[in-house]
Design a protein around this ligand. Structure first.
Ligand SMILES: [Zn+2]
Ligand SMILES: [Zn+2]
Length: 371
C-alpha cells in the first residue's frame, strides 16, 4: 500500500516506521477535523481502526456502518479517505447544527443586539441560539413573524431570513448591520404590502373562501364561492393589489358562460381606487354569498364519487354540465372512474365518458400534479 496521500486530500502522515499509524486532518467544507487511523501489523485496511475528534464522531453518528463497509471495500487508504470525505459531506448537510459552533463573542454580540431591538420582540429562540423568531406588527395591526437564522460568523455574514410573505424577502446586510436594522427593514416591507393584505382581508371576511382552506399571508389566490358549484378564482398581484386580478370562473358551463361574458364586457369598469371585492361585484353584477347570509355547507357539496369534500387539498371542481344534474366531482375521482369504464374513450390526457349520475357526456383532464 502506498503511504503518500495525494495533495488535495486530507493531510495524513505516518507516525511510525511501519506505517501503521496515520495522524492528521480531514477537511470537509472548509472545516478541519482531527483524525487518526490505526492499521494492524499486516496493514489490512479492513481491520483498521479510526480515532476521531469528538466533532467528527458526532458527525459520523448514524453512519458508522457505512464507514465500516467503506473500510472493508476500499482498495487503499487514499480511496478510503476519499469515501470518508463523501460520507462526511452528506453528514454535514443533514446536520446543519454541526457546521460550526460560534465563538464566544457571538453570544455577547447577540445579547447586545437584542437589547437594542427590545426583548419583547423575541418570540422564540432555539437551543443553539442561532434561529430567532421576531415579531412585527404592521400599521393595520396584523401580526407577522420574521425568522432569522444567524450565521456563526454573525454579523460578518448575512443571516438567513424568512417570513410568510407573497414576495421574496430581500434584506440588505453589511458586516455593520444589526438585528434592529433588520427588523426595521422588515417593517418597511410589511408596510409596502398592507394594501395587498387589506384587499384579501376584506375578501376573506365578507365572502366564503373555498380555497385555500386556511389562507396564509403569502397566499395570493382565493377561490370565492359565487353559488352552488360556481366559484371564481382570483390571483391578486401583491405589487398592484387593486388592479384587475387574474380571474378564472369555475363551474358548469351554463352558469359560468354568462358570468364570463359579463366579466369581459365590464372589465373596463374596473376602478383601481375601489377594492377588489367591490370591483368584482360591479363587474360580475352579482352579490357574493357571505358568512352573514349563507352557510358554508351550501357551497361545499361533496364529490359524487368519494362522498367527501376535501381529497387531500382538492375540492370537487369538476361539475356535470347538464343543468338538471350539476353534480360535482373531484378531478382525480372522475378521471379514475371514467378510465375504468369500457364505454369511455381517452384522447391524450382527456377522458370522454358519461356522468355517473345522469349519464350525459362528461369529460375530464388527467389530474395534474398540484403545483
Ligand atoms: Zn372524490
Ligand atoms: Zn350529470
Amino acid at each position: 500500500m502506498e503511504s503518500s496521500l495525494v495533495k488535495d486530500n486530507p493531510l495524513l502522515l505516518p507516525l511510525n516506521q511501519d506505517k501503521t499509524v496515520y495522524d492528521g486532518f480531514i477537511t470537509v467544507q472548509e472545516r478541519d477535523f482531527r483524525m487518526r487511523i490505526l492499521l494492524p501489523p499486516d496493514r489490512q485496511l479492513a481491520r483498521a481502526r479510526l480515532h476521531c475528534c469528538w466533532q467528527l464522531k458526532h458527525l459520523l453518528r448514524g453512519y458508522e456502518h457505512i464507514v465500516k463497509q467503506r473500510l472493508q471495500q476500499s482498495a487503499d487508504l487514499v480511496s478510503f479517505i476519499l469515501e470518508l470525505k463523501t460520507v462526511l459531506e452528506v453528514g454535514l448537510k443533514s446536520r446543519p447544527d454541526c457546521r460550526s459552533i460560534p465563538p464566544p463573542q457571538y453570544y455577547s454580540q447577540l445579547i447586545s443586539e437584542m437589547e437594542t431591538l427590545g426583548w419583547a420582540k423575541l418570540l422564540s429562540i432555539d437551543t443553539e441560539f442561532q434561529t430567532l423568531r421576531l415579531k412585527a406588527e404592521d400599521s393595520s395591526g396584523r401580526q407577522h413573524v420574521l425568522t432569522v437564522k444567524l450565521k456563526s460568523k454573525h454579523p460578518a455574514e448575512a443571516p438567513e431570513c424568512s417570513a410568510d410573505l407573497p414576495i421574496p424577502l430581500v434584506i440588505t446586510w453589511t458586516p455593520q448591520s444589526t438585528l434592529d436594522q433588520l427588523h426595521s427593514q422588515f417593517l418597511l416591507l410589511l408596510e409596502s404590502l398592507t394594501e395587498f393584505w387589506d384587499v384579501l382581508d376584506e375578501i376573506d371576511s365578507k365572502t366564503w373562501i373555498l380555497e385555500p382552506e386556511k389562507p396564509s399571508r403569502s397566499d395570493t389566490t382565493r377561490r370565492i364561492a359565487i353559488g352552488n358549484n360556481v366559484s371564481i378564482k382570483v390571483q391578486v398581484d401583491p405589487r398592484h393589489p387593486k388592479m384587475l386580478p387574474e380571474c378564472c370562473l369555475l363551474g358548469a358551463e351554463h352558469v359560468v358562460t354568462p358570468l364570463r361574458n359579463k366579466l369581459n364586457a365590464n372589465m373596463q369598469l374596473w376602478n383601481p381606487d375601489s377594492s377588489v371585492l367591490h370591483n368584482l361585484r360591479d363587474v360580475l353584477e352579482i352579490e357574493f354569498p357571505s358568512p352573514a347570509t349563507h352557510e358554508k355547507s351550501s357551497f361545499s357539496v361533496e364529490c359524487g364519487i368519494c362522498y367527501s369534500y376535501r381529497l387531500e387539498a382538492a375540492i370537487p371542481d369538476q361539475v356535470c354540465n347538464d343543468p338538471r344534474c350539476g353534480q360535482p366531482f373531484h378531478q382525480a375521482c372522475l378521471y379514475e372512474w371514467l378510465r375504468a369504464l369500457p364505454s369511455s374513450r381517452q384522447s391524450f390526457s382527456i377522458v370522454f365518458g358519461e356522468c355517473p349520475y345522469c349519464s350525459k357526456p362528461i369529460t375530464v383532464k388527467m389530474a395534474a400534479q398540484k403545483s
